[in-house]
Ligand binder design. Structure first.
Ligand SMILES: Cc1cc2nc3c(=O)[nH]c(=O)nc-3n(C[C@H](O)[C@H](O)[C@H](O)COP(=O)(O)OP(=O)(O)OC[C@H]3O[C@@H](n4cnc5c(N)ncnc54)[C@H](O)[C@@H]3O)c2cc1C
Length: 244
């Protein structure tokens, strides 16, 4: 069975909009940030966040961070995720954790939709798993530690190997991440992850995440000649029943 993507918003900066607004307002205020925390009304916070977001003065957005648990993704997906450098990550170790669970692979939907392709894929996964198990057994029989045995046995694991990762990004980096990874040009799995994260972020902090997602939602496709030619429409992603 294919591992399934699960995304959980573990935690975030308390009152993220206020944290951002205080930081933004401090630049022009004669009082301290602590005083601003008491003084600023909810309306004032919302208004300033809107101004900061729309004006592109995004440094204040770095004061709000969001932490996600991502399970059921492939190593192919997390390899792309960790290319985003303005973030913190912790990922399940292939040295310390044995790779043996039933749903330890992610099967791409296009392969699952084709019976013959799926048969070829699952046979390759089974072969990889059998090789992994055999290498672990052989290494353990030599009296080596499980850690060192698994460290080497993992070399036969495929890009499809399921993994779990915790990622923390600030709101500025998340806006960038959603811009490039919700785009149809992004790989399907990280795109699915990005859309899930976007939905949670817009529910949690709608002001901070206004105007997020691929460029085509808000105007011409920024990809030029590389465009997919299938622009997202706001009603598809943000209206009732949305979820693309
Ligand atoms: C559709 C798609 C296809 C891709 N294809 C490939 C591919 O074929 N090969 C490949 O190698 N990668 C590929 N990538 C990955 C891509 O090149 C980036 O590495 C990845 O998207 C991380 O984004 P980033 O570098 O913009 O920013 P992040 O690391 O998320 O950083 C955010 C922003 O901070 C700034 N920043 C961060 N670090 C620096 C720095 N050192 N100097 C200056 N400014 C910095 C930049 O403004 C950057 O945009 C692809 C990405 C996408 C979305």
């Amino acid at each position: 069975m294919s591992a399934q993507l699960e995304v959980t918003l573990l935690q975030h900066t308390p009152d993220p909009d206020r944290a951002v607004a205080i930081a933004g307002r401090l630049c022009y205020a004669p009082v301290s940030a602590a005083e601003l925390k008491q003084e600023m009304t909810d309306e004032g916070v919302a208004k300033l966040v809107r101004i900061l977001v729309r004006s592109g003065h995004h440094s204040a957005l770095e004061h709000a961070s969001f932490t996600f648990a991502v399970d059921g993704v492939s190593r192919a997906c997390t390899h792309q995720l960790v290319r985003h450098r303005v973030a913190s990550y912790n990922q399940q170790s292939q040295r310390y954790v044995n790779f043996g669970a039933a749903d330890s692979f992610v099967v791409p939907p296009s392969i699952a939709a084709n019976a013959e392709a799926e048969r070829v894929f699952l046979a390759a996964m089974e072969h990889a798993r059998a090789a992994y198990d055999a290498l672990v057994d052989l290494g353990m029989a030599e009296g080596r530690s499980r850690e060192s045995v698994q460290e080497d046995a993992r070399f036969v694991l495929p890009n499809a190997a399921e993994t779990k990762i915790v990622v923390t990004m600030n709101a500025r980096e998340l806006r960038h991440f959603l811009r490039v990874r919700c785009c149809n040009r992004a790989q399907w799995e990280i795109r699915a992850l990005a859309w899930r994260m976007r939905a949670m972020l817009r529910e949690t902090a709608p002001g901070l995440f206004e105007g997020t997602g691929p460029g085509c939602l808000y105007g011409d496709c920024p990809e030029g000649k590389m465009t997919c030619g299938k622009p997202y429409r706001p009603e598809d992603v943000d209206g009732p029943g949305a979820g693309r």
